[in-house]
Write a protein that binds this ligand. Structure first.
Ligand SMILES: Cc1cc2nc3c(=O)[nH]c(=O)nc-3n(C[C@H](O)[C@H](O)[C@H](O)COP(=O)(O)OP(=O)(O)OC[C@H]3O[C@@H](n4cnc5c(N)ncnc54)[C@H](O)[C@@H]3O)c2cc1C
Length: 431
């Protein structure tokens, strides 16, 4: 008997066979690249692929960092979602209402029901600024901004243009957030931007973080902390923001500490997508999907997989992670469909260019077991790691091209596989 999502299709005279139904929730980085990779590797009469998203604006999110400084425009980093999907993939535009694991189906708010054999969750993380007292109250969009949304990044651009003296404070409310280095990059670019405008001397720039240093691991934390000091950017650590008073311009920590500001740039709390909370048994308390960190199969049902920011695993929430995960996940969906054991080779590989201003950037590369180390990537002859260079800055700029033309279409980046390369890295004792 057919499982609920299965379609029965004719493939020859008198010959009927089963067509697997793969439903992918989210057409951002992960949903798009996995759909395209799966479409290339599975015949259309073996599997139908349906992708769901709530809108048709695919934003290259790393580009949001540049919008406040006038270094990118929103329209340059936005493309239609459906156009990023290969032929033979059905795109459905509607918000998701909920998933019913028990019935192997997804309910959309437009009333459509999608049955599935395999479900891939790629609905990312969403910002929940309303979870922090005062953050969305008076002052939000006037004195307090975020660059983590398209509208927020544009509004912050206008506010920065008006800003010519005072205290500019960048605050991460709590982890996890997407791209944990983006707030540091914002600080470095702000320093550069203010120097270009010749008003740096009139601005106190402060980075306020819940971590005990600039980054989560010691070697990178020392390097990035050193850069903050070099650029005269103050850092306030172990600050757990409990309240943001946008009227008087104050961040207030749970332990009573206060950081005053004239312009606040806040990275709000993140959670998984809201529909996860309406789907019995699907998510954890933050609406992220409990997931095996090596196979990317969810822990909630064997035919449910999770990729990218939606998955609750211990590597960074980043586009690079999503891309590396995609290679292993697609292999595992194929194996699952034919009843083979899963590949457990995803090692948590993440890498990220960190813009430091003045046409330079650092690069970090790490996985579950190896923290970001100095050296070169991907081999000893490659890009410098944990060291500022123009080459890394060019890498950061070129990445946007790779995103639209290589990552999203589901192609491999030459010389860069999902497994973290070790050969160019120097052990911590030598650093
Ligand atoms: C400012 C900023 C800078 C960044 N810089 C970098 C960087 O330099 N390098 C890097 O590697 N990563 C960076 N990232 C992170 C990177 O963009 C994300 O990690 C990546 O896009 C995650 O992909 P995803 O598919 O998991 O989620 P997304 O690409 O966010 O896609 C999720 C999709 O799900 C859809 N969705 C959600 N809920 C619903 C619903 N209820 N119904 C229907 N659809 C829904 C959304 O519309 C969205 O299209 C940055 C992010 C930000 C915000």
């Amino acid at each position: 008997m057919a499982t609920p999502g299965r379609r029965w299709g004719k493939v020859g005279p008198g010959y009927v066979r089963c067509v697997d139904s793969i439903v992918i929730l989210g057409a951002g980085t992960g949903g798009t690249l996995v759909a395209n990779r799966l479409r290339r590797s599975l015949l259309e009469h073996d599997a139908q692929i349906v992708v769901v998203d709530q809108d048709d604006r695919h934003v290259y999110q790393p580009g949001l960092l540049f919008v406040p400084f006038g270094l990118a425009q929103l329209e340059e980093i936005t493309r239609p979602r459906g156009a990023q999907l290969h032929g033979g993939i059905r795109y459905v535009q509607s918000p998701i209402e909920r998933v019913e694991l028990e019935h192997q189906r997804v309910l959309l708010t437009d009333g459509t029901t999608l049955a599935y054999d395999v479900l891939i969750i790629a609905t990312g993380a969403e910002l929940v600024p309303e979870e922090t007292e005062g953050l969305t109250g008076p002052g939000w969009g006037k004195k307090v901004f975020t660059f983590y949304t398209p509208d927020g990044a544009v509004a912050l651009h206008d506010a920065l243009e008006r800003f010519d003296a005072g205290r500019l404070v960048v605050n991460v409310v709590d982890m996890p957030i997407k791209c944990p280095v983006a707030p540091l990059e914002f600080c470095f670019l702000a320093d550069w931007y203010l120097r270009e405008r010749k008003i740096r001397g009139r601005v106190e720039l402060t980075y306020v973080t819940p971590l005990d240093g600039a980054f989560t691991t010691p070697v990178a934390s020392r390097a990035l902390g050193g850069l903050l000091a070099e650029k005269d950017i103050a850092i306030v650590t172990e600050f757990n923001t409990g309240e943001v008073d946008g009227l008087t311009g104050r961040l207030i920590a749970y332990d009573g500490r206060v950081v005053p500001f004239d312009l606040g740039v806040v990275i709000p709390l993140h959670s998984g997508a809201g529909y996860v909370g309406r789907s019995p048994g699907l998510g954890d308390e933050l609406n992220f999907i409990p997931t095996d960190q090596r196979t990317l199969q969810s822990k909630v049902a064997p035919n449910v997989f999770a990729i990218g920011d939606a998955a609750s695993i211990t590597t960074s929430k980043a586009g690079s992670v999503t891309h590396f995960e995609g290679e292993v996940m697609v292999e595992n969906v194929r194996r699952f469909l034919v009843g083979k054991g899963l590949d457990d080779s995803y090692d948590g590989h993440a890498n990220c260019f960190i813009e430091t201003g003045f046409h330079k950037a650092l690069l970090i590369d790490f996985n579950y077991d190896t923290e970001p180390l100095p050296g070169h990537f991907p081999t000893q002859l490659g890009l410098p790691l944990l060291k500022q260079s123009r080459l890394n800055h060019l890498g950061k700029l070129m990445f946007q091209w790779f995103y639209w033309h290589t990552l999203l279409p589901g192609r491999d980046i030459p010389g860069v596989g999902s497994e973290m390369p070790h050969s160019g890295k120097r052990p911590p004792t030598e650093s």
